[in-house]
Design a binder for this molecule. Sequence first.
Ligand SMILES: [Zn+2]
Length: 343
Amino acid sequence: MILKNIRYIITQDDERRIMEWTDIRMEEGLIREIGRELSPGRGEEVVDLSGKIALPAFINAHNHTPMVLFRGYEDDRPLKEWLQRMWAKEGRLTGRVARAGAKLALLESLSHGIATTLDMYEAEEVAKAALEVGVRVATAPPLISVFAPAEERLKATERFHRNYRGNPYVLPVVNLHSVYTNDEDAIRRAAELSKRLKVPLHIHASETREEIYECRKKTGKLPVEYLDSLGAVWERSVLVHLGWVARWEINIMAERGAKAVHCPSSNMKLGTGGFFPYPGDNGWPRDGLRSVKQHPGPLQGDEDDGAHPEAPVLELFYCHGPGCIGCGHEGWGGGCGDKGRED
Ligand SMILES: [Zn+2]
């Protein structure tokens, strides 16, 4: 197939080249050739993309895909109350419905150019949905030790890894819900497992003021400090939200090479009141920390804070996203120095 007369191709190669009025030849889902005036072979399909932009697919660095089914429910409640109400609804969710929700969310994501999603939900159902849709998800069974013994969930995580290791569409991670839904032992063991399997450790952290207050009261430490003391802040940790993170905690993350995902639209939906200190503010380390902005997911309201074609935003999406998930943008020169998957 030839994609003809593309107005702009925005690459993410080392020079960040932008090409104009160019053609792309695709074969078996891969870019085979880029150039002007490519002539089609016999029977080769040609699609005219005059006036269109071609750019690498986006990565959503934090999602709970089946929750698209709860869109608009319980808006404007504090996180804890919102979670209690959601957990009650989720208790009645069957696997079939969760898969249908994941499929809907992944199709919706695809229509916004998102082809890879880091997810935290019913991993088997989400994995099957991704395989049906033909997009990538990075996921694993969520670890919530206040609901189920850590032992059981860690075994389920290992099983999930055995089943999907090497699958091009399902990238197994370790999903540790948060510091307020897990005890010390569960956090420590989840961190050890992510290091043993060499996969991302995906955690909600410092989302609300209540979380940091309670963590400090219980442990004497702020959430990122606490996670770090248990070995859970390392190169492949992906810490999500960080609306109430302290400057010295960001320094810890930068030292460890951890990744930050900020979720402005989710924070607005729940009115968490915190915000992630963007690069350049408050002495935030410019080079040390990899940070990624979450694309508005199914549950994050309608604000368009997604893709604007400005270089620094694209850097956030493209250069750090693959490092977050542990994969590259094959054929697009992505990755930007981030470590790809080692397996
Ligand atoms: Zn979340």
